[in-house]
Design a binder for this molecule. Structure first.
Ligand SMILES: Nc1ncnc2c1ncn2[C@@H]1O[C@H](COP(=O)(O)OP(=O)(O)OP(=O)(O)O)[C@@H](O)[C@H]1O
Ligand SMILES: [Mg+2]
Length: 302
């Protein structure tokens, strides 16, 4: 029984952790049904966060009047002190929870007949949260399965996601046979299997060693450039944020407000030469200073 209970808990946790944003989770808007625009790489907002405030039921004021446009094709990192509302903001963007005030708008998204936006989102959580009794293939297949796609019809998509993340050879492996970095890749593959245009990533590489993290950073940048994604990435690492991002948004201590918006004007593809350049060092110093003064603002963590 105890084992059964654990399995049930795992399934429930898993479903929560991979929950794909649904149209129902977004507030309805009185807009006509529109065709989706292809995501272009021009400076065109595809997520408009307008005056978003979030106060939890217990009174915690997590976010205060966030105004932020995310443009198509950007790689935006959110940095800020622990507890400043980064995960809260990411979840609100994904439609996992509702804002207490303000709204999140999707200028280029498709809307359903009821006026709910249906953005192409993939969410990568900090913990890989894989189902231990399912193979890599079946873990990646799960979002499609939950969407009613039969296993045989999902084969090409799952294979594509596994190939993108360098896991094709491990399709039949079980999570216990994988390293931490490989589990994280499975988690990313699972977010990619629905071919999203926008990736929301909440400290995906925080638990990894430096070498694996660097490798996954490079792989992610490569895919981002190749696929034309828009990425919103949460990290505590200044170095990682500067290496990856076209733009870094710095948030104050709780309640999270926007404090700085720093463009990282360095060419892609980025590589070790960038990591060792004076530009990189200067950007890191600048983001670090911004983070220090932002951390001094706000009420503190808890
Ligand atoms: N479901 C919830 N109910 C009540 N308070 C919450 C809930 N989720 C988060 N909080 C609170 O809201 C604030 C922001 O939390 P959040 O997880 O968004 O911060 P964060 O910036 O992601 O922190 P970290 O960097 O440590 O991951 C914190 O004070 C947290 O305790
Ligand atoms: Mg967080």
């Amino acid at each position: 029984m105890a084992r059964e209970g654990n399995v049930v808990n795992l399934v429930e946790n898993f479903k929560t952790s991979i929950v794909m944003p649904t149209a129902q989770s977004f507030p309805a808007k009185t807009v006509p049904v529109m065709e989706s625009d292809a995501v272009a790489t021009s400076k065109r907002p595809i997520i408009r966060i307008d005056g978003v405030t979030k106060t939890y039921r217990n009174g915690t004021n997590a976010l205060e009047k966030i105004d932020l446009d995310i443009n198509a094709g950007e790689f935006v990192s959110l940095v800020g002190p622990s507890g400043c509302g980064k995960s809260t903001l990411l979840r609100l963007i994904a439609g996992l929870g509702t804002a207490s005030a303000g709204e999140i708008d999707w200028p280029t998204s498709t809307y359903d007949a009821k006026g709910h936006p249906m953005p192409d989102l993939g969410f990568v959580f900090q913990e890989p949260t894989l189902m231990p009794w399912r193979t890599v293939f079946d873990n990646v297949y799960l979002p499609l399965k939950l969407g009613g796609v039969k296993r045989k019809d999902a084969h090409d998509r799952v294979t594509e996601a596994l190939e993108m993340t360098g896991l094709a050879r491990f399709a039949a492996a079980y999570p216990r046979q994988l390293s931490g970095g490989m589990k994280m890749r499975v988690s990313i593959a699972r977010a990619l299997v629905k071919r999203p245009k926008i990736l929301l990533m909440d400290e995906p590489f925080a638990a990894l060693d430096e070498i694996t993290r660097t490798k996954l950073n490079n792989d992610l940048l490569h895919l981002w450039e190749q696929q034309g994604w828009t990425v919103v990435f949460v990290t505590h690492s200044i170095y990682e944020s500067v290496y990856l991002s076209s733009r870094i948004v710095v948030m104050t201590g709780r309640p999270g407000r926007l404090s700085d918006d720093i463009e990282i004007d360095a060419a892609y593809p980025r590589n070790e030469a960038f990591r060792t350049s004076s530009d990189y060092g200067e950007y890191c110093t600048r983001v670090s200073a911004a983070l220090h003064s932002a951390s001094a603002a706000g009420d503190g963590e808890h």
